[in-house]
Design a protein around this ligand. Structure first.
Ligand code: NZQ
Ligand code: ZN
Length: 392
């Protein structure tokens, strides 16, 4: 392990079937004015809304609502929410939903007392908040992003065709508490469940495929990946399997709560490609990652072949005997491809509505990261996207 780092994650987690009761423990810590933030209505159908509301009432909170936070929340929706939170003099932002709702709450948190335009400040200039921010609490209903225990907030601007994530440096932007009840995820449509599963897996890959040192973080990653594979196969056959769904919920949290990136550089190019695809198509986040992953990993494999071999052996149980390093490495990716197909993930960009004409714009909108095995040039990004359009 070669890197120097600090590690602090202050989010308090309550996990399990009874976890919502702990909202009663948390609410008294904050002032009277709560803004309840949620999406397009799933929490009203499955009863979570009523349960949360009754706890808010019991605790005598004065509640305003921001409803209709869409998947891939937009900057216009952010402006709307900032106004509601300001008018309500919010003491706590309570997000009830998936990554979109949790991310959105964090974006509102850093914007309520900000005098500048939050899109320009946080998403174009990547500055940190200088103003007072609001505490965020989270009741998670969709598994994948890790937003419940990190300081990331992704916002989409349809006007400029940009989808940008800001991972805030200050851990006070992380949710103060998150309630993780795996049972809440059982009403997710299969498409969302598998998109979330691939999101988890890819978060781990993004932090795993970098560096050549012997690093404890990579061994933790391999264990998490094995758990995702095992649980995902069970959940894919029986989405109501509580044990599998609870393991997926827990791996998702650990996949992106800053632990497994300690002491390492990180890649994140699949996410940069996926986010630019998202800006053009508004497609489901995990599916955008699935569609570009294999062409990307096949392309960078020669630059990090040792790690791809380790991935093949330790995650996909490839027997290395009598094979070249590259053969073993490619067998690992084959294992990953088979698993992705088994889950029914979207394997090409065409199925997400991408056309040949969009490729140049998507490539130009892709932020180029420098922590992985290969710093891509624009023409290489175009090639990878074209291959992703053909399918795998
Ligand atoms: O809006 P509702 O009606 O609630 O429906 C949602 C939404 O349509 C539905 N859903 C959620 N929980 C449900 C449910 N339906 C039935 N039963 C339930 N229990 O699922 C749909 C997708 O929800 P969303 O929150 O959009 O999904 P996800 O959790 O994948 O979040 C995606 C957003 O997070 C960002 C993505 O870019 C995207 O904007 N990310 C955030 C990250 C972070 N904070 O670190 C990292 C990720 O890489 C990602 O970029
Ligand atoms: Zn992701």
């Amino acid at each position: 392990m070669l890197g120097n780092f600090s590690y602090c994650n202050p989010t308090k987690l309550y996990f399990g079937e009874d976890s919502l009761n702990y909202l009663n423990t948390e609410l008294p810590r904050y002032g009277k004015n709560v803004v309840l933030i949620y999406g397009g209505g799933s929490i009203k159908k499955n009863g979570i809304y009523d349960d949360v509301m009754s706890i808010l009432k019991e605790n005598e909170k004065n509640v305003a609502e921001i409803q209709g936070v869409m998947p891939n929340p937009t900057v216009d929706k952010l402006y709307e929410g900032v106004k509601i939170a300001r008018d309500h003099k919010a003491d706590l932002l309570l997000a009830v939903g998936g990554g979109s709702v949790c991310d959105y709450a964090k974006a509102v948190s850093v914007s309520v007392n900000c005098e500048e335009d939050p899109w320009e400040k946080y998403y174009l200039r990547f500055e940190e908040p200088e103003c007072e921010t609001l505490p965020v609490g989270c009741v998670l209903t969709m598994v994948g992003t890790g937003s419940e225990m990190n300081a990331g907030a992704v916002i989409t601007n349809h006007g400029t065709k940009q989808k940008i994530g800001h991972v805030f440096a200050d851990e006070k932007i992380m949710p103060r508490f998150s309630i993780l009840n795996p049972r809440y995820t059982l009403t997710l449509p299969h498409y969302q469940m598998v998109a979330g599963i691939y999101d988890i897996f890819n978060h781990i890959c993004e932090q795993y495929f970098s560096g050549k040192d012997d690093n404890t973080s990579d061994y933790i990653s391999e264990g998490l990946m094995r758990s995702v594979l095992h649980a995902s196969r069970i959940a894919n056959k029986d989405p109501q399997d509580y044990e599998a769904r609870s393991n997926l919920m827990w791996t998702a949290t650990w996949a992106l709560n800053t632990l497994i990136s300690r002491g390492k550089t990180t890649d994140w190019m699949v996410h940069m490609l996926g986010q630019s695809v998202g800006a053009y198509t508004d497609a489901t986040h995990g599916m955008t990652l699935a569609a570009v992953s294999l062409p990307y990993y096949r392309y960078i494999l020669p630059y990090g072949v040792e790690k791809f071999k380790q991935f093949a052996v330790n995650v996909w149980d490839v027997d290395p005997a009598g094979k070249s390093e590259e053969e073993v490495a490619r067998e690992g990716l084959k294992g990953m491809e088979n698993w992705m197909k088994e889950l029914g993930l979207v394997m090409n960009l065409k199925d997400l509505g991408v056309t040949e004409e969009m490729i140049e714009g998507i490539a130009k909108g892709t932020l180029i990261m420098e922590g992985g095995y290969k710093v891509l040039k624009l023409e290489e990004i175009v090639e990878i996207l074209k291959e992703s359009l053909q399918g795998n």
